[in-house]
Design a protein around this ligand. Structure first.
Ligand code: HEC
Length: 111
């Protein structure tokens, strides 16, 4: 039931409030999903709260910084600055981080 509600919320698409969350989702789909939504790399996958817990523990500002400036952690794989898209604004990158965190923690209740 909860999953169905979430699906409907996502399916509502850009017709919803044209806010930062929509921008975050667009940026995520276009740039970040390549690594964070298909298991191809060591990148922490969205909707996998276990993979994000130690990162969330660093605080949202640390995650913004990693996304803006790039980050190489224990995995040895690179999170490229701005997902490799230098033309993205700070706001767009932060919105994408917020989107990742929101869809990951929303599902955080499932096993
Ligand atoms: C080319 C692949 C790639 C792309 C594209 C990419 N990432 Fe990442 N990202 C990674 C990898 C790999 C890591 C894990 C790095 C590590 O912990 O060693 C990571 C980690 C992160 C982290 C956690 C950083 C931390 O401090 O723990 C955030 C936040 C993040 N990415 C956000 C984004 C956002 C937002 C975008 C889109 C604008 C994006 N990523 C695009 C590969 C990518």
């Amino acid at each position: 039931m909860r999953a169905a509600v979430l699906f409907l919320a996502l399916a509502a698409g850009p017709a919803g409030a044209g806010d930062a969350r929509d921008e975050g989702r667009r940026i995520f789909d276009r740039v970040c999903a390549a690594c964070h939504f298909n298991d191809l790399s060591e990148a922490p996958q969205v909707k996998q709260p276990d993979m994000w817990a130690p990162r969330l523990a660093k605080g949202r500002d640390a995650l913004y910084r990693s996304a803006l400036e790039g980050f190489v952690g224990a995995s040895g794989e690179e999170m490229p600055p701005r997902g490799g898209q230098p033309e993205l604004s700070d706001e767009a990158v932060r919105a994408a981080v917020d989107y990742i965190v929101s869809i990951t923690t929303q599902k955080g209740v499932s096993p």
